[in-house]
Design a protein around this ligand. Sequence first.
Ligand code: SAH
Length: 663
Amino acid sequence: MAPSGSRYSRERERMVERQIAARGVDDEDVLEAMRNVPREEFVAESLREFAYEDSPLPIEAGQTISQPYIVALMIEAAAIAPGDRVLEIGAGSGYAAAVMAQIARRVYAIERQPELGRVARERFERLGYDNIELKVGDGTRGWPDAAPFDAILAAAGGPEVPDVLLEQLAPGGRLVMPVGRNRESQSLVVVRKTGDRRFEQTELGAVRFVPLIGEHGWQDLTARAPAARRNEDIGVVIRDAAEALPALDSPEFGALFDRFGDARVVLLGEASHGTSEFYRARAAITRRLVEHHGFDIVAVEADWPDAASIDRYVRHRPALAGAPKAFQRFPTWMWRNTDVQAFVEWLRGYNTGKPKAQQAGFYGLDLYSLNSSIRAVLDYLDRVDPEAATVARQRYGCLTPWSKEPAAYGHMALTSGFALCEKAVVDTLQSLLDRHVEYARADGENFLDAAQNARLVANAEAYYRAMYYGSAESWNLRDTHMFDTLKLLLAAGGQKSRAVVWAHNSHIGDARRTEMGQVRGELNIGQLCRQEWGADAVPIGFGTHGGTVAAASDWDAPMQVMPVNPSLPDSCERQFHDAGVVPSLFDLRPGQRDALRERFEGSRLERYIGVVYRPDTERWSHYADSELSRQFDAWVWFDQTRAVTALAEGHAQGMPETYPFGV
Ligand code: SAH
């Protein structure tokens, strides 16, 4: 049937193993069928490289091809067996029908959108699926002429299971359908026909599908209210809620954020890693929180050892002998830019002459510094306990062969089935912590730094191994490490200690309110802070419509200043752009601007530009579904933004010799 042995077959094998079998689908027929259907043939040419990602993808007519795992889960739940006659409602791309056709005798598929129906039919023909019959029409009525069916699957969510569909089930037949009270979220329902009019119903949990539109489904909204009118309404709501931001360099800017001054943690996002306005706004807000509200920790999405040398600089402590220069690793512009430099200078000035307890510190939450952290632990032990240094050197030696490319270590651990260095790194951390009292007496502050580096090495070892199991697992380890680091910093600072976090929107907004958490099983710092501190953790998102951004076209490629595409028509960003507001703050907390909050409760596309930006495939590489007003407590909007200015190599002009960014 389907062509096999294509260059995608390895990706397909990995998809089945990591996204489907690993999540508990174990029906061999289903796994085999998923191994056989070339998913890349069911998406647009430009999207093929994303075909095996762990997510739904857009298809024509504003619809989606379901996430591979969900397709497998539904087919398993419907217990489709060889010889079965199956009805699918919402054929879309035709992918799920093709998977079912690998197992069942005959598949009847209905699709509402004529354009999709035509393309799917062509695919079936080209790929040789001759046991699928597709018609265009309203599937909520079923297909009475072809009934009864052994299984019925709906690939779109409706308000209830239509009776007409239950009537078309054969005795013992199964129906699987997303059912929910609103259009945006559903629970996956499985109904089994146990007798003539007898049914048993179970639920498989929360899912998100496009709406099922038809006689026994939802109404077609586009036919009632043209999109333009609905956008006009939202424009009024946005303009009403906008609080204009003062100039970035005016003290009034930070004052607008005084309302968040009582929080334990304020998390400041960014929609890219290279936009000047985001950095300057975060700096202005942070200055205010530090000067007027007692915040004493600035924790950023950067490596711990690099941030530690900045911390020494801002707190007027001498640099550690032999410490490498800060932020030499890709992406250097993220921290070596003029906006960060200005903030660091301000922080140093703020700390001048203050006793240690009243100073504010600068810390890194991330874990990409395996080598420099190993070196920092060894340097520390060389100074305080040369004997322990010898042991630690031996233990860390386990990782030395992989020091240039730690990902290769993860690969080795996976293929050999053995976490070779796990014990070594955990033991080093434990030995260090065991001597806490003794070391800390001799060298208090440096002990905390060394312990954090040892912790980082242990977590990084696990991170590189997890990279090979699946992206969600390594992402979760990384964000959990960042959150744990934040908690340790707050604990070390005592009861009154308060933190500002600078990290990307994708880390600080509540992941449970986005595609990350809802589709891919990913958590993030924002979510963990919410779970720990409730309303005392305040995530603030930042967005833009257009302008320029500093980014690379590939990992490790040189930085470029790129134009940012105008935001997409359906996105959150476009609503703010169309409203025509000046740079503004939007308070999204309950009880503040509820009309606005409600308009952004449902999910819409939101743009996430990273250190890599690919304008050509932007929709698929940089947008994800997000419920903006539940993801963030506030939204800071700059319609037009500019790229950051990276620091030139060599000393920045007029900087003191000790300046940590100097090379
Ligand atoms: N199984 C598909 C998923 C497509 S998304 C795949 O693997 O690609 C759901 C599809 O349901 C959309 O294409 C949408 O147009 C269609 N749809 C919504 N309401 C429908 C209805 N009443 N009858 C038939 N199709 C419907």
